[in-house]
Design a protein around this ligand. Sequence first.
Ligand code: DVN
Length: 274
Amino acid sequence: MEQEGFGPGKRRRRCCFIVSVLAVLLLIVILALALGLSMREETNELEPIFLSRCKQLKEYDCQQAWELFQQAYVNRDPCNVSMEAYDPFITATAIRPQCNRMMFWSKTKYVVHEFTEKKNCFQTLEDTVLGSVLDGLTWCGKEGSFETFSSGCPAWMDCANNPVRSFWNRASAAFADVACGNVTAMLNGSIATPFDSSSIFASIEVKNFKSSKVKNLDIVLITQKNFVTNCTNQSLQTLKTQLPEGIIYNCKEVPETQIKQCSGDSEKACGACW
Ligand code: DVN
């Protein structure tokens, strides 16, 4: 009968047990550190990006702009940040409109930006200081914290008054408010309602056009082979009725291939693209 106490077999088992416990504890510590690090990194990565993009533009006091920007959402419920919360920031970074070159869009983000980046004849909101500093980023705060978070934030559709959506709504209103001269808008001819009443273009921008500043609204309806809509589309007739009185409405169907070809042809002036 094996002697009570610690025979070699029992000692080995006990030793293996202790080593396994230590290994599990070490793993837990490593995971906790990694999580802590990642959380920390995700709580302060927006400010350096904001400041470096802003400083490249050499137009504003970027530190002041950052302070005003984060006041809109820091220490607030991320589903309770109104458009108006960004008013101080919007005022401090007033948009400098390029009359006759301003481009609006809806459901055509990639075609528009491929075109405006290659042809450099139009100014979209994303080309302004306001838009270029924040384009593609996400951010939010939370009650009881003075941190800016760049993850764990409400998605676009999670709640209407989230920090990112309210910012783009407010910035869009500001962009439309200063629109002037001949204004262009690229809409999507491959969908049944190119002028969607719930879109930012319809619900905010068209409503903020001023007939004292905007002369024309020229719609460029981007079409593909499987034409779905054209300029007689009902939603576009609605657009016409919603335009502030005095603004002349034009609409032209332009194949996406034509836009893309023109984008790539540096010899061709923008006006010849449609
Ligand atoms: O005139 C433009 C421009 O000035 C902009 O400020 O507003 C107008 C475009 O907004 P829109 O009319 O609502 O057009 P879209 O294409 O429906 O939406 C524009 C953008 O809002 C989308 O490109 C999304 O941005 P993202 O994340 O792809 O860079 C965003 N968006 C709209 N609906 C969304 C959404 N993002 C996520 N989920 C959704 N349901």
